[in-house]
Design a protein around this ligand. Structure first.
Ligand code: PLP
Length: 462
């Protein structure tokens, strides 16, 4: 299995190097050269299996000879042992034929743990046997950073630096990043928004001298390993509702497009998915693009679902690559236009995108109203991101096909919005009840590449 860049010129890599590299050297994102498929029998066999067994079957064809079967099973077992629910990704019913896939039972209470926990295991194994040390730098709107820190804290072969927008993450998110005491963990509060953090991260990757000197590695959803790990729960959920004998649809609260792109990969692998619905908050650039209005950057409007407050959706590049028949030159051209403000999608590519994805948006009021309504009608406390999903799913679902909405975070991660909508303040699970008592450790940094590089070099003692 080889991986190629969406911009067409970086060298093709195997799974291990793709995972350790993150962003391709031509600025593109790595995607598999071919998508392996699973047979209907292989998919049918997943029904009733453990999450770990499904994970092995789904991910194995992508990893080549990076790990032996026995090693890979061990890494998977260790990754998901940290979860607070035996099913790992349980399904809950909301209404006739509408289901909620709870992806928030991992150590930091958001779906990012599904990918980050296994990435942590894979990095440790691969780096350990090479005797190498890397510097992981990540940008976060809150959840990726906490999940990455949780996955890499205390590991021998990595330092982890997380850039988050100062003042724009929830208190639980911030504390999850600033309270770990391990010396290889560094939380950097950047004066800027999430798009600034992500742009500075890309700048670091494109600064080859810095990139090579600190052995920069990335764990944002630009990392193929992240997307891959998220493909698994589409299979586990769909097969528990009757796939491959029955089609299902998914609605996915979307920001950086990693999660929904994983659903697209599941479909390409042979899972019978009818609709893949993108749900955005008021930062609805993806919804507008899917409705034919081009992709033009505006400003980010902070919302009660901050993990989706985004204008530059990095993984959308992977979707464009396929929509443009894998023409790396065309994608490079679009991304160049994006750096000047935006681009229009060609007619053929637009058709391909609309054939693959549906979309909808939820305003702030609609999100709040959905949190209120869900508690009243189902007893479920939804986090604001999940509420965006449920609202859009309600508009798009059809009676004949089960709809599965991804619940991307635990309500206790966003207690203020949930309390405002319901009057109920959600409690943190007992295993993290002391979060508010632990001392915090963070560094404030200006939104400037040189300042960030200087800080990282200093912290590394370089
Ligand atoms: C990251 C995140 C999202 C968006 O996921 P993408 O893969 O970036 O589209 C949605 N909800 C929550 C809670 C998140 O942490």
């Amino acid at each position: 299995m080889r991986y190629i860049s969406t911009r067409g010129t970086a060298p093709a890599l195997n799974f291990e190097d793709t995972m350790l590299t993150g962003l391709a050297r031509d600025g593109g994102l790595y995607v598999p050269e071919e998508i392996p498929t699973l047979s209907a029998d292989q998919i049918a066999a997943m029904s009733g299996q453990s999450y770990e067994d499904v994970a092995f079957t789904v991910m194995r064809p992508f990893i080549g000879d990076t790990f032996t079967d026995a090693e890979f099973r061990e890494l998977i077992a260790a990754a998901y042992a940290t979860f607070g629910h035996d099913a790992r990704a349980p399904l809950v019913q909301l209404a006739p034929n509408h289901f909620l896939l709870e992806l928030f039972h991992g150590p930091t209470l958001a779906f990012k743990d599904f990918a980050m926990q296994i990435i942590g295991q894979m990095f440790q194994k691969a780096l350990g046997r090479k005797g190498e040390r890397v510097t992981i730098v990540g940008a976060t709107s809150g959840d990726t950073g906490s999940a990455a820190i949780e996955a890499f804290r205390g590991l021998d072969n990595v330092d982890v630096f997380i850039l988050y927008p100062h003042g724009r993450v929830s208190e639980v998110q911030r504390r999850q990043m600033t309270t770990p005491t391990e010396s290889n963990v560094h939380a950097l509060a950047v004066y800027g928004d999430f798009d600034d953090c992500q742009a500075r991260l890309k700048d670091m990757f494109n600064d080859f001298e810095f990139r090579d000197s600190v052995k920069l590695a990335g764990v944002n959803s630009i990392n193929w390993g992240r997307v891959l790990a998220q493909v698994v729960y589409y299979f586990s959920a769909a097969t528990s509702l009757g796939a491959p004998g029955r089609e299902v649809s998914f609605t996915v609260p979307t920001g950086n497009f990693g999660d929904i792109f994983a659903g697209y990969i599941a479909k390409r692998m042979g899972l019978p998915i009818k609709d893949l619905v993108i749900a955005t908050n008021q930062n609805d650039i993806l919804d507008r693009c899917l409705k034919g209005q081009g992709y033009h950057k505006g400003t980010v409007h902070p919302s009660i679902s901050p993990s989706m407050d985004i204008q530059v959706s990095s993984n959308f590049e992977r979707a464009l690559f396929d929509a443009y028949d894998r023409d790396g030159k065309a994608v490079a051209q679009l991304m160049n236009e994006l750096s000047q403000g935006g681009f229009d999608v060609s007619q053929g590519a637009m058709q391909a995108l609309q054939d693959t994805y549906k979309s909808g948006r939820a305003s702030e009021e609609e999100t709040s109203a959905m949190i209120t309504q869900a508690l009243k009608h189902t007893g479920e406390l939804l986090c604001p991101h999940s509420a965006v999903g449920v609202k859009v799913a309600d508009e798009q679902r059809e009676e004949a096909t089960p709809m599965i909405t991804l619940a991307t975070a635990h309500p206790a991660k966003f207690p203020d919005a949930v309390e405002a909508a319901t009057g109920v303040r959600p409690d943190l699970p007992p295993r993290m009840a002391d979060l508010f008592d632990r001392p915090e450790r963070l560094t404030r940094v200006t939104n400037d590449l040189e300042a960030l590089k200087a800080h990282i070099n200093k912290a590394l003692g370089a």
